[in-house]
Design a protein around this ligand. Sequence first.
Ligand code: IMP
Ligand code: MG
Length: 183
Amino acid sequence: MNSAAVAGIERILFTEEQIDQRIRELAAEISRDYQGRTLKLVGVLKGSVFFLTALARHIEVPVKVDFLGISSFSNKSGAPGVVRIAKDLDESIENEDVLLVEDIVDTGFTLRYLLQTLAGRAPNSLSVCTFLDRQPRRIVQVPVNYRCFEIPDRFVVGFGLDHNQLFRDLSYVAVMKPDKSAP
Ligand code: IMP
Ligand code: MG
């Protein structure tokens, strides 16, 4: 969906053209860093799917693709950070050069859990590529090797990111009106 007049959206943060341009730059950087190797892109369902496929098309080393799905919960006191794998990878990552592809790194809880889990499976290397990085809300420190954009502390949708499962299909990234993104 491409219409800018979408209910609940306050303003566009990154246009389709800006996203395409930045993904090409990032893919060139990744292609240089992994020259001579085969890359396994591991996407986190569902948010990263749109970014991963766009990125993969511009990477110039051979790529494999696999996905995992996670569930996040709040604990009894309401604090976030409880993550588990709801759908595991189809294949082993042992001896693979793995690039974990995320839609957004926010508090860092999800990424920390995923890195710990995947590191235990003996990949040859393990790096992180995220579409969006919202540093102001970081609670746990996590390594981010590649990022498309840094964003301010506002809830965003589009290009894979959802609000109640909607808006993933937007070809741009937009800031939600505050009342629409309230938990
Ligand atoms: P973290 O564990 O706090 O880093 O959570 C990251 C996850 O929260 C992402 O993978 C998204 O699914 C979700 N998320 C965080 N911020 C946003 C947002 O602004 N829009 C949509 N989803 C978000
Ligand atoms: Mg997510």
